[in-house]
Design a protein around this ligand. Structure first.
Ligand code: DCP
Ligand code: MG
Length: 587
C-alpha cells in the first residue's frame, strides 16, 4: 500500500491506468540516418562524429567496442576499420525525425504525439485501442484484425490477441491471470492490443523508411520510456499487469521501478536525487573524485526510498525543500517513485511553438563580431522558418496559380526575440563569477521576413539592421559587454494549417504502396517536430542546477575551452569533458 502524508495527496496519487502510451526510441539514430541515405553502410561499423567525439555509432560498431560519447582518437585506435562520418549539420537528422514522426502520428491517428529531441516519440493511443477492444471477437481471439481506421475497416493488420507481441516485463509472468481483478484484466487486454500496435508501427518504420526502433508500452510517459530499455535495439517491452498491488499480487510497476537508481527517473533531477540519496544514506553522498560533473558512486534505488519507514508526501516535501523547489514536490516525487505520472502526452502540433537559433562563445565583445554572428544566426533562422513553417503548394492548385507562389506559410510568428548571456565583469582577484543568466528583448516580427522572393542572406541582413540591432542596443545600453551566448528566435506560433491527425490515413497507405519518395512528399500534416532548440535550455538548466563554479577561471584564456558539448552547446574545459558526457548519458 502507498502511504500518504495528507488526504489531499491521496486523491492526486491514485493510480489512473486508463491510458495506453507507447514510447519510441530510434536505434542509433544519427547513424541510422546515414544508413538510410546509403544502405551499403549498414553492414559496416559506422560512427558519427561531432567535434572530437563519436556522438553515436551503429550496433556493428558497438559490437567492435565503440560506444556513444567516445573520443575519436580512442575509437580509431579500437576500431581502425570504422567508417566515421561528420554529423555536425543537423538538417538531415531533423528531416528524418520529421518523416518518422509523421508516419507514427498518421498510422496511429493519434492526436497526442509528442517528440523528445530528434529520436524519441510518445504516442497516446488510448482511443484507437479502446475502439479495437470493442471490435474483438472473444470466441476467436487468435484471428483478430486491428483496425487502424474506423471509416475503412480494410486498413489494418491481422494479429493474435491471445498473446503479447514482443517481450514483456516481468519475463516470468504467469500468463493465466484469471485471478486478477477485472480492472487488471481489462488493462491486460488493452496493453496486449497496444503491444501489437507497437509491433506494427515498428515494422512500418523499418519497411517504409529503413529505421529500427525500441518501444516501451505502458500507461504513463514515465514507465513507457523506462521499460523500453529492457530490450534494445530493435525490440519492444510491455509492462504487464497487475499494476495495482493487492493481498496476493505485487505491483509489477513498483517491481520494475524499484531496481532503478533514483537518478535514472525522469522528473527527479540531479539535485533532488542527491537530496534523496543523502536522506537514505544519512550522510553526504560522495562523488567520483576529481570530476566536476562526476557521477555519484552511491547507488540508491527507487525501492530503497519508497520503502523508507514512514515515507509520505509531506516527509518528501521536507527532505526535498530548497530554493526553487515547487511546493508540490513531495506529492510529485512520491508519485514518480510509485510509477504514477499523470503528465499528458502533448497534442501534436502542425508547427513548432518557436524556432530559436543560438550559438555560444568563449568571448564576443566587438561590434564587428557581433554583426557577423547576428547575420549568421539570422540566416539560419530564416532558413529554418522556410523549412518548418511552410507548406509546398501543388502547382496545379488554384492557390498556387492565383498567387504565383511556390509555398505558403503555415504560421506567422508574431514575435521576434533576441537573447544574450553577458559575462559578469572580472572580480578584483581576476576571477569571474560564472553566470547562466540570459536576458532578452522582443519586438513584433517584421513582415519582410515572410517574403518568398528575397534571398536568405539579404533578408537576414535586413533583419539584423532593422530589428536585431535596435533590440541589442536596448539590452546593452552601455559599451563594455562581453557575451557568452546569442540566441535569435521567432515565437508565439499558432497553427494556421488545416486538418488534424489521422484524417488522411488512406493516402498514407496508398503512398506506402507507391514509392518512398511519394510518401515523403505527401506528408499529410506537414507536421513539424517541436524545435529541438527548445530542449537545449532544459539541458542547460539541468547543468545550472549542479551549481558548479570550479572551472570558471579555466574558461577564459585557455585553449582547452575550444571544446563545446555537441549536445547542449555548453563550453566545457577538457578536463571536465568526460564527466560532462557522463552527465548526458544519465538521461
Ligand atoms: N546525441 C548527441 N549527443 C549526445 C547523445 C546523443 O548528439 N550526447 C544524438 C545522437 C543520437 C541521438 O542524439 O543518435 C539520439 O540519442 P540516443 O541516446 O537515443 O542514442 P542513439 O539513438 O544513437 O542510440 P540508441 O540505440 O542507444 O538509442
Ligand atoms: Mg535512440
Amino acid at each position: 500500500m502507498l502511504e500518504y502524508g495528507a488526504a489531499k495527496s491521496y486523491a492526486i496519487l491514485r493510480r489512473k491506468d486508463e491510458r495506453v502510451i507507447l514510447h519510441f526510441d530510434y536505434d542509433c539514430f544519427y547513424a541510422s540516418v546515414f544508413e538510410a541515405e546509403n544502405p551499403a553502410l549498414k553492414s559496416l561499423p559506422l560512427a558519427v562524429q561531432q567535434k572530437q567525439i563519436i556522438v553515436t555509432c551503429n550496433y556493428e560498431a558497438r559490437r567492435r567496442g565503440l560506444h556513444k560519447l567516445q573520443l575519436i582518437t580512442e575509437a580509431r585506435r579500437i576500431c581502425p576499420e570504422a567508417v566515421i562520418v561528420l554529423g555536425e549539420d543537423l538538417t538531415r537528422f531533423r528531416d528524418a525525425s520529421k518523416l518518422l514522426y509523421t508516419l507514427l502520428r498518421t498510422l496511429s491517428s493519434s492526436e497526442r504525439a509528442e517528440k523528445l529531441g530528434f529520436d524519441e516519440v510518445w504516442l497516446d493511443v488510448t482511443s484507437l485501442i479502446d475502439e479495437n477492444l470493442t471490435l474483438l471477437n472473444k470466441n476467436d481471439l487468435a484471428n483478430s484484425f486491428f483496425q487502424l481506421s474506423l471509416t475503412d475497416p480494410t486498413l489494418g493488420f491481422p494479429f493474435d490477441a491471445t498473446v503479447y507481441a514482443g517481450s514483456v516485463f516481468p519475463k516470468d509472468n504467469d500468463s493465466s491471470l484469471a485471478d486478477l481483478a477485472p480492472s487488471e484484466q481489462t488493462l491486460q487486454m488493452r496493453l496486449l492490443l497496444g503491444s501489437h500496435l507497437a509491433n506494427y508501427l515498428r515494422l512500418q518504420l523499418e519497411e517504409q523508411h529503413g529505421y529500427t526502433s525500441t518501444v516501451g508500452i505502458s500507461t504513463t510517459k514515465l514507465v513507457s520510456k523506462l521499460v523500453g530499455n529492457l530490450n534494445k535495439p530493435k525490440g519492444q517491452t510491455t509492462l504487464i499487469p497487475p499494476y495495482e498491488q493487492d493481498e496476493q499480487h505485487e505491483s509489477n510497476i513498483t517491481r520494475f521501478l524499484d531496481t532503478h537508481d533514483i537518478g535514472k527517473i525522469p522528473g527527479i533531477g540531479f539535485k533532488l536525487a542527491q537530496r534523496l540519496r543523502e536522506f537514505v544514506l544519512n550522510r553526504p553522498a560522495t562523488f567520483d573524485a576529481g570530476l566536476v560533473y562526476g557521477g555519484t558512486k552511491e547507488n540508491v534505488t527507487v525501492g530503497q526510498v519508497r520503502q523508507l519507514p514512514g515515507l509520505s508526501a509531506d516527509l518528501l516535501a521536507k527532505v526535498l525543500a530548497g530554493p526553487g523547489t515547487p511546493h508540490d514536490v513531495g506529492v510529485k516525487v512520491l508519485g514518480l517513485l510509485n510509477g504514477i505520472d499523470p503528465t499528458e502526452v502533448s497534442q501534436a502540433r502542425t508547427v513548432p511553438r518557436q524556432i530559436s537559433i543560438e550559438d555560444s562563445y568563449l568571448r564576443l565583445d566587438t561590434m564587428k563580431e557581433l554583426m557577423e554572428q547576428l547575420q549568421s544566426l539570422s540566416a539560419r533562422l530564416v532558413e529554418r522558418m522556410r523549412i518548418d513553417l511552410t507548406e509546398t503548394l501543388d502547382s496545379s492548385t488554384n492557390e498556387a496559380v492565383s498567387t504565383g507562389e511556390k509555398w505558403k506559410w503555415l504560421a506567422h510568428p508574431p514575435t521576434l526575440r533576441l537573447t544574450t548571456r553577458p559575462r559578469a565583469p572580472l572580480n578584483e582577484d581576476g576571477t569571474r563569477q560564472r553566470s547562466f543568466k540570459r536576458i532578452s528583448r522582443s519586438a513584433p516580427t517584421p513582415s519582410f521576413i515572410f517574403s518568398q522572393t528575397g534571398l536568405v542572406e539579404v533578408l537576414a541582413e535586413r533583419l539584423v539592421k532593422e530589428a536585431l540591432l535596435p533590440l541589442f542596443k536596448k539590452l546593452h545600453e552601455r559599451s563594455g559587454w562581453n557575451l557568452s551566448l546569442l540566441n535569435v528566435a521567432v515565437t508565439g506560433m499558432v497553427d494556421e494549417g488545416k486538418g488534424g491527425p489521422g484524417r488522411d490515413i488512406g493516402s498514407m497507405f496508398r503512398a506506402a504502396e507507391g514509392s518512398k519518395k511519394e510518401l515523403d512528399q505527401q506528408d499529410p500534416f506537414n507536421a513539424c517536430p517541436p524545435d529541438e532548440d527548445d530542449l537545449e535550455p532544459e539541458y542547460e538548466e539541468a547543468l545550472e542546477q549542479q551549481e558548479f563554479s570550479t572551472w570558471e577561471e579555466q574558461e577564459e584564456d585557455t585553449e582547452e575551452m575550444e571544446y563545446r558539448c555537441p549536445r547542449c552547446g555548453v563550453p566545457v574545459p577538457t578536463f571536465a569533458r568526460v564527466a560532462h558526457e557522463r552527465f548526458h548519458s544519465y538521461k
